[in-house]
Design a protein around this ligand. Structure first.
Ligand SMILES: [Zn+2]
Length: 292
């Protein structure tokens, strides 16, 4: 199992042992490594759960072949919609409905939630309700960069696995960089100091991945500020200084405008061929919100 994936031996061993003994938890969290590796690993585990062969996944029985072709009726994969920055509560509610139905072909239905860090708190809470009353025929696999982006209540009801230390830490390094820049941008957006986006956004022109990550983080921060402004408590990022600043210095209307503008910039990034132009637009749109 996992022959072609660069995952740690301890992950391989613990998962294969759990599958062999049919002791796999009904909710799994796969963190670390990179996105493609996480998804492939989740798909292999899903194949093992529906496999009708001996050494699961045998990769030769009918169920495995369907699983490998992504066409097994009992394996469901939820991705973030392309034009959205979040996995919304409706998508999770849909899963909740599907999870009540018995499997079509085997004894298990598997629901993979790819990049679960994009689930907003409402979506995570909806998922929690399913986790609390698990059906024996259902297994959930959540993949994410780091489980720290999930609510503690979700983490505590699942079994977590780290797929790759090396890759995880390098990806984390990039995450940290994006978090730092996003925090700086939010602070200078609401701060008294001179609004100097140009210097901070210079690195985006050469690094689309970083730019995307920074926008995602900023959306996440401004969503947290919105949650605080509407009296909510369950934050995606925990207590953060720049979120508190944003909450105090921006009106709810302005924070909402910021969130929506960032979402639209994120969508732009997908379709735009000219990164330079998007970076410029990013600066001017956010400056517009600051001065208005
Ligand atoms: Zn099989």
């Amino acid at each position: 199992m996992f022959e072609n994936l660069s995952v740690t031996e301890s992950f391989k061993n613990s998962i294969t042992a759990a599958i062999r003994m049919s002791k796999l938890s009904h909710a799994l969290i796969f963190e670390g490594a990179d996105e493609a590796t996480r998804l492939s690993a989740a798909k292999e585990v899903a194949a093992a759960l529906v496999c009708k062969g001996e050494d699961k996944p045998c990769k030769s029985c009918n169920a495995c072949l369907k699983a490998l072709k992504d066409s097994h009726p009992d394996i469901h994969i939820l991705f973030k919609e392309k034009d959205s920055t979040m996995i919304k509560v409706d998508a999770v509610r849909e899963i909740k409905t599907q999870a009540l139905i018995f499997p079509n072909e085997g004894t298990k239905s598997v629901f993979i939630i790819s990049e679960a860090q994009y689930m907003n708190p409402q979506a995570q809470n909806a998922l929690l309700k399913i986790f609390e009353e698990p059906s024996s025929h259902v297994c959930f696999i959540l993949t994410c960069t780091s489980k720290s982006s999930l609510l503690d209540t979700v983490i505590s009801r699942a079994t977590s696995y780290t797929l790759g230390e090396g890759l995880a830490s390098s990806e984390k390094g990039e995450d940290d960089k994006a978090v730092i820049i996003a925090a700086e941008l939010i602070s200078s957006l609401v701060g008294e100091s001179e609004f100097d986006f140009l210097k901070k956004t210079a690195s985006f022109i050469k690094d689309k991945k970083l730019f995307r990550e920074v926008i995602e983080r900023m959306i996440s921060f401004s969503r947290d500020a919105l949650i605080l402004q509407s009296g909510g408590k369950e934050l995606l990022n925990g207590e953060r200084e720049e979120v508190r600043l944003l909450k105090n210095r921006f009106t709810q209307k302005k924070t909402f405008e910021l969130t929506e503008s960032l979402k639209s910039l994120s969508a732009d990034l997908d379709s735009s061929a000219n990164l330079n132009l998007t970076v410029t637009r990013f600066s001017s749109v956010l400056y517009g919100i600051k001065v208005n």
